[in-house]
Design a protein around this ligand. Structure first.
Ligand SMILES: [Fe+2]
Length: 387
């Protein structure tokens, strides 16, 4: 019997502690990993919200000193990774805790890589480029969307070249993810909307990805259902802890799905867009989603039909093009319900930017698992549709 290795699937995941209060186990975990001194990575907003103080106190209760590095911007940059790695080495740290959204978590992954290898993070772009084990990573997400706390991706921005690049390696899957819905209480409505739509895109792209399979499908579909049912309600009722927990669970499952099945054209194109204009990642995805569905549908009709059904659309008696139209309308109306109306043009994208954006998007690893094989002209056409 011949075997086809392209059909094999693997599944990597951190140890996950999920639920209200999960963050409070950080000291125990750090101790278990033999921490002597912890680099605590975050950003100014999360610090102002009080989460950094709390994590520092929890570490102190276990007699673990830490040094803070909170100079991380949205779309974390090459220079910030280098600075964090310098602080890590200078202070003799041996473990990294990140508390925050995707930016501090991705930056923390970069710091781990650079502190071990002593070379610029730029050299690790691509798939499986990390040679040596990096320090233990304990991540506490404060947004429900990016899932850097469970994924094997780190996305870093190179502002000199105005692009974002992806590092994909199981070395950057954190050792422990403490996923605590309480920490998302400090998100405003816009951040809840952007990160929630990012999670929905993770789930949809993972489900239609050429890398999808039985290990990820269940997580992807569950995530679509959870986010579709609860996200708009959460934006309306931010005090509701049950809604908060369900969206966090959806985000986590979307993360497990996309980390292992990889993503598609929405992310390839949104990485390029986010690097060029320094826009929020979730917003970039939101502006592209229905246009990529329109483009991809023909190459994964059975899969998109299941996505539509999972979002509450009854496909019986509908033609393929009617299902596609209904799904696109549903996605647009979900975005509107959470307050996202933006288009590429009103965010400052011009027709003349599209060739540059497309050249970078076509080089992004996420394009490789897009269900429809895409060339430069295809990507340009989808950007043009989204303008
Ligand atoms: Fe994303």
């Amino acid at each position: 019997m011949s075997s086809d290795i392209s059909r094999l699937r693997k599944f990597v995941s951190p140890e996950i502690i999920f639920g209200s209060g999960a963050r409070k186990t950080v000291g125990n975990y750090a101790k278990t990993f033999g921490a002597r001194k912890v680099l605590l990575v975050s950003d100014p907003g999360v610090e102002a919200a009080g989460w950094v103080d709390e994590i520092e106190e929890l570490l102190a209760e276990q007699d673990l000193p830490c040094v803070r590095f909170t100079q991380v911007s949205p779309n974390p940059r090459v220079e910030q990774v280098a600075l964090g790695a310098e602080i890590y080495r200078e202070h003799g740290c041996n473990l990294i805790v990140a508390v925050g959204g995707g930016s501090p978590m991705d930056c923390a992954k970069g710091i781990g890589i650079v502190s071990t290898h002593g070379r610029s993070i730029i050299e690790f772009e691509g798939i499986d480029r990390i040679e040596s084990p990096i320090p233990p990573l304990i991540f506490i997400p404060t947004t429900a969307g990016t899932s850097a706390d469970v994924s094997q991706f780190a996305i870093i921005s190179n502002q000199n070249e105005k692009l974002k690049f992806s590092i994909v390696s199981k070395s950057v899957v954190p050792d422990v993810a403490l996923i605590d819905p309480d920490t998302t209480r400090t998100m405003d409505a816009f951040l809840t909307a952007c990160t929630g739509v990012d999670a929905l895109v993770h789930a949809i792209e993972a489900f239609v990805s050429t890398g999808s399979g039985p290990l990820t499908d269940m997580h992807a579909l569950d995530a679509i259902r959870l986010i579709n049912t609860h996200l708009a309600l959460l934006v309306e009722q931010p005090e509701d802890n049950h809604l908060r927990e369900q969206v966090m669970l959806g985000s986590m499952k979307a993360g497990l799905a996309f980390s292992n099945a990889i993503l598609g054209a929405v992310h390839a194109m949104s990485h390029s867009l986010g690097g060029y204009l320094d826009l929020p990642h979730g917003l970039c995805n939101a502006m592209l989603l229905e246009h990529v569905i329109d483009y991809n549908y023909i190459s994964a009709t059975d899969r998109f039909r299941v996505v539509a059904e999972t979002m509450g659309i009854d496909p019986r008696g509908l033609s393929q093009s009617q299902i596609k139209r209904r799904l696109m309308q549903h996605v647009i109306s979900l975005k509107h319900q959470v307050g996202l109306y933006q288009s590429l043009a009103d965010q400052g994208v011009h027709l003349t930017d599209i060739p540059y954006l497309s050249q970078n998007a076509i080089k992004d690893p996420c394009i490789l698992t897009n269900p429809r094989k895409s060339n430069l002209r295809d990507v340009e056409a989808v950007y043009e549709e989204a303008l």
